[in-house]
Design a protein around this ligand. Sequence first.
Ligand SMILES: Nc1nc2c(ncn2[C@@H]2O[C@H](COP(=O)(O)OP(=O)(O)OP(=O)(O)O)[C@@H](O)[C@H]2O)c(=O)[nH]1
Ligand SMILES: [Mg+2]
Length: 410
Amino acid sequence: MIETPKGLRLHIGLYGRRNVGKSSLLNALVGQQVSIVSQHPGTTTDPVEKVQELAPIGPVVFIDTAGIDDEDSLGRLRKERSLQALDRTDIALLVVEGHVWGDYEEQLVALFAERKIPFAVVFNKTDLAMPSAATVAGLHKAGTRTVYVSALQSQGIEAIKIALAELAPEDRFAQPRLLGDLLAAGDLVVLVVPIDLGAPKGRLILPQVQAIRDILDSNASCLVVKESEYAGILNGQTRRPKLVVCDSQVVRTIAQQTPADIKLTTFSILMARFKGDLDKFARGVAAIETLRPHDQVLIAESCSHHPLADDIGRVKIPGWLRQYASKDLHIDNLAGREFPEDLSLYKLIIHCGGCTANRKQMLTRLYRAEQQQVAMTNYGLAISYMQGVLPRVLDPFPTARAAYLAAVQG
Ligand SMILES: Nc1nc2c(ncn2[C@@H]2O[C@H](COP(=O)(O)OP(=O)(O)OP(=O)(O)O)[C@@H](O)[C@H]2O)c(=O)[nH]1
Ligand SMILES: [Mg+2]
């Protein structure tokens, strides 16, 4: 078995007073009894470590520490060990009992701050008591994340995982290449770039520029053409393109003009893979088929650009969806940083390519949707789906294609 070495794993430490439920939380997080729990304060003496694959972050180590609020000689030893664990902690969870917040917690917060360890405050035992509004307000004012849980009743454990994903450093979310991994040196790629009203003045958009750069990094070449020139250029080529990448909005025409043995995809599908999880988006897109009148759909964008008259997220996709599924869909648009906590009212979320967002943000959103069992896909997949060319444009990505086919059959 190939295991990620501990040193490469994100270390998540649980800290807090004795008896607040650190060990109970560890057990709830990993779904196993790995740390001993008892009603006697001081149960955990040495830090307990547990390796785990934690979605969506990946390989992590949880460290359950001894409560470090006692001052007898044994207590001092425990305290030392727990503080040593801080040295290897990438993210800390400060576990507190509902209503208990004092100097001890403030000291731990100061320790995290001094060591620049991102942390969240986990209010445990909320089945017994809730934190005071003043405590919570103070934490929020300082920009600290708070989570309310009950380890005993297994409540709120998902919220901890989401907080962890949000606190995890961006470089934990390994980024695939945009398309370079699909190419060999000497290959030719054709990029079809419509220059319409939506195209920014005097430049190309980021995914197009990134694609050109990535192609060059692979020692491959590319031709950049407008859709009106495409057929002519393709016919005049003696070299067969390895791949054609087009804008989603012209995918149907380009698919018709491209021989079946030349692989075709879209910029947004490349972005879906680069910034998110193509397999999951491919699975999510099948939900379009199940949309019924009055279902709620969320269209989410990472940036808040000024919407154009025929804006893709506000006008085009809603129009296509209404035409394809039902004219009576309820469609909400959200742009920028906001993304609702409660997604459960939505039947489907369609996200933009996220060219201005990072991979971590997208994976965290995807994870949240997954937890609430709400289908999520992205612009490019949704458009290609409604244009009837999805299997074709997923052809270069066999696992995504399989995920899509399984979802439409299931
Ligand atoms: N009511 C309630 N009891 C809880 C909850 N979580 C833990 N407990 C109880 O609190 C006691 C202490 O739990 P532990 O998980 O051992 O606490 P700890 O923080 O690891 O304690 P030390 O190892 O002594 O520092 C046990 O009796 C648990 O059953 C909760 O959410 N609600
Ligand atoms: Mg313990």
